[in-house]
Design a protein around this ligand. Sequence first.
Ligand code: Z15
Length: 821
Amino acid sequence: MSSYQFNKEEFKQEVTSNVKNLFRRTIAEATPKQVFQAVAYAVKDVLIDEWIATHKEYEKEDAKTLYYMSMEFLMGRALGNDIINIKARDGIREALDELGFDLNVIEDQERDYALGNGGLGRLAACFLDSLATLGYPAYGCGIRYKYGMFKQEIKDGYQIEAPDDWLRDGNPFEVRRDEYAVEVKFGGYVRTECDQYGRNHFIQENYQSVRAVPYDLPIVGYGNNVVNTLMIWDAEPINTFNLESFDKGDYQTAVEQENLAKNIVEVLYPNDNHYAGKELRLKQQYFFISASVQRAVNKFKAKHDDIHKLPEKVVFQMNDTHPTVAVPELMRILLDEEGLTWEEAWDITTKTCAYTNHTIMAEALEKWPLELFSRLLPRIYQIVEEINRRFVERIRQTYPGNEEKVRSMAIIYDGQVKMAHLAIAGSFSVNGVAQLHTEILKSKVLKDFYEMDPWKFNNKTNGITQRRFLLHGNELLANWVTDKIGDEWITDLPHIKKLALYADDEKCQQEFMNIKYQNKLRLARYIKENNGIDVDPRSIFDVQVKRLHEYKRQLLNILHVMYLYNQLKDNPEMDMVPRTFIFGAKAAAGYKIAKLTIKLINSVADVINNDKSIKGKIKVVFIEDYRVSNAEWIFAAADVSEQISTASKEASGTGNMKFMLNGALTLGTMDGANVEIVEEVGKEYSFIFGMTSDEVIAYETRGGYNPMDIFNNDQDIRRVLMQLINGYYAPNNTELFRDLYNSLLNTLSTSKADTYFNLKDFRSYAEAQKRVDQAYRDEKWWAKAAIMNVACSGKFTSDRTIQQYVDEIWHLDKVTVDMDE
Ligand code: Z15
């Protein structure tokens, strides 16, 4: 296979000429931002030929294609990743050097593509990277939000949300594909017309519509010339090409359609693991799904004349329930536009759609009120009703006389459309995202569905791309690993196991710890620049970065910091390894208790960081605007990875894997993929604590536990809790943290107190923290344990996850792209 040959002089030429053409400046006068744009266009120039060649190959091979449907793609930055994947990073670094610019500074000019909230969106991004690297035909299908995830500013310790105007300077990598625009219809009513053969036709009338226009973004495979596509849809008013409503003088409708188009793609909903039930959200879902399904069917029909064969060439993976309207939308197209019978259409649909479940949290389950659903999507609603009617019929046939099954499994029930039930009924595959999670789905949350169709259920433990989170994010460690064991790990992560040979080697241990130190220095500089806080790079970097959510228990972490500080105040000579507690987290804008937790962390930080008497033994840092680009640096610098969710609640977690890959030790509960991490690296190189998921679920079945028992019996915990309401961390407003106190202890209703078992797990957590402190004193042991974590991370590459999806669900054809042809 021949691949792209980088030519430095040509590249410098092109950058120089791009700067001229774009900005009317010489390269010497250009700002870093302008140079970024010029470099991005030069890189795109390389990609574009591979992009075209890749799709030629897919056409030629008539390869089966995956459409990965997701409301979120948390891509981060493109440039650094793309030039690594075309293997031109060193060359471009040199070229820029010679032009007088630093590649790191240039990369830093790019905005993150923050089209996602957290784990679910970042998983989609890792999957695209792996699909391209493995050479599988795949499209990511999503929304081109005008504003992505909000930028977080911390003012006076509070989170302030600022709009993420990520497209302001344009996106050099995107390509607008006007020729693939389609129409998406909302509202109106359905008129039924009987034709001469007695067949019913369903015609949507008096609707509003928008024009969906796809923008393509290149997804570059590693060193294989494959460039796949992330297709994100923009909405435009339809009347730019259809002036009908103006002709009729229907000014009102025209204006409404214009507003509809403007609103639909305006902003990403900033809720992670939480369903808000907003009408606009359902519009967004149907908008991008209808557009994507239409595009997929059109593309299939351009090459094939038998629509029955769709499942042989096309597969839709629904990333959570958000894209579930794909099921009735495909039915609509097959019934109303292709004229198939219900049985034929259902057969095709249920062989084309597959569903991934990402959570067992009840508050995340999407249930749309019938009134809203039927008003917005009248034809889709009719189809869902019929799907439900037949599904309920099947339940009754399978379980005669057992109406309880109907109540628990129906798609339409209690005046709502239950999207998870629709997704399961309409799919040939239902997968969880870690072993434990899948077991809980099968035995608890989706038990009835599992018992009826056990063959649908399967597990695909999540993974991450080592190309972004080691090769790009941690260059020092990546080079070190390659020096030791060669570079196969880049596309075959299990090879990294060979590092275990070096775990006991003292020289290697020192080299490793020195790299960690360099990365801690880099992060310390970032923290100083962005937060103005001095941290000691010799201290333990103890890190919890993830969305802020009660079940993830940032509160447990900060309560423990308060406890530790009390101990130090009592005994300033207390022997402890200096520790820097680092937090990074965005809270959904309307999530009060989460925002208050951020304020608490910052208030505790204020007090502790300014207390000279503890001699800098504890520092607390809240990193503003945690996002993919700074995450790469944070993982690289971490010693301790905090994965402390209430057992059973974190479906998988993926940050846990990124820390492991970068040689941090896991301090965590037996939850999600932590279980598998510990299985790989061994309990001896992790710090495990807390209740098991079985214990948690047993308590929940009994209606919770009474935290007052702990409050009454544990002096240290009581002291910490009192500090929430006595103004210790808020002298001017003693009531500030009352809601946090109440969430832990609400004396009026025990069932609503501490639903995430913070206090129940506190002692066990504190003990585990003590073990961390002890362990770090033995630098050789720590280095060995850290190296073992890196060495045992092979399972957690998204390349493995994708290969399992391909083998067991998607059955895609692998393609190779040769640039000589
Ligand atoms: C989200 O980020 C996740 C699940 C959801 O249902 C939603 Cl709406 C958002 C996360 C899980 O919380 C996390 O455990 C998992 O690793 C991730 O999805 C990817 O599967």
